[in-house]
Design a protein around this ligand. Sequence first.
Ligand code: ATP
Length: 323
Amino acid sequence: IKKIAVFTSGGDAPGMNACIRAVVRTALHFGCEVAGIKQGYQGMIDNNITEMSRHSVSNIMQLGGTILKTARCLDFRTPEGMQKAYDNLKLNGIDALVAIGGDGTFTGAERFSGIYNIPVICVPGTIDNDLYGSDFTLGFDTATNTVIEAIDKIRDTAESHDRLFFIEVMGRDAGCIALRAGIASGAEAIMMPEKDTAIIDLIKTLEEGAAQKKSSSIVIVAEGDKNGGAFNVAKKVKETFDFYDTKVTILGHLQRGGSPSSFDRILGCRMGFAAVKALLRGETRKMVGLRSNEIKLTDLKEALTDHEFKLEEDLLEMATILA
Ligand code: ATP
């Protein structure tokens, strides 16, 4: 392998820059050239590709987002789009790829690599923590910290006004952020897709709190919760439980941004370092993951098949007991 290209694709996540930096510096260390592809697969198709040096990744470790930018690209799903992307890689002398993104990015990488026989290693970069093969994904820790900070602030006003807040957090189909942020902020209840909570049971919990003269309550609602989001949950609760003044906060995209936590910086470094070393060992179509604090590779095909996603059982159990 003479030249490795790195790109970020799908949603941005804190820690992606640490990973880009690690890829660039590890590859240079082992005698490879490095290119950065801007805006993911779109940049591959548009030939939006730049040479990377040690200097081009200086001072980016602490930055959220991704210096290579990211995009969602429909054209890459077509044979013509893939051919254009491949032609541009050849034009730039690129013979291996490191792709940082979520399962869509992995699907594209696995197809592309299969058709054109170009080695690719993927890094799980998404705040949702919803990928098989890694205990944690890049960005999840930072996003959870951001959510906790926001909930703490909302708690101040909830407490001062004796209010009930429904706070909606990201995570798509997974409740990882909701569960951890809920436990860490002492939320009274957590609604998430992995654990059906009937509205009637939620009301019971809130009534018990009110009977104990709780002056405020916080309910975390994962965006993928089957009751249909925080506004819907709040509306349904209010129909029969009107003890508190009720407010809804959707945290939204602020959860995506911000300087990465130490955990995500180190994870980004480890995964980027491991991805390049894997390519140089001749590995391909694998995902780098962290399992039991060790870097492990998983076949992309295996990572992409349907797995039942499991939240930590102790966390699930303590969520109601400690609330
Ligand atoms: P996130 O988890 O943040 O959504 P993601 O990687 O899953 O990240 P997607 O938008 O689903 O985000 O996928 C990123 C890109 O991967 C798509 O815009 C598209 O270019 C490419 N991609 C996704 N699925 C395929 C596919 N079946 N074939 C080819 N390319 C694909």
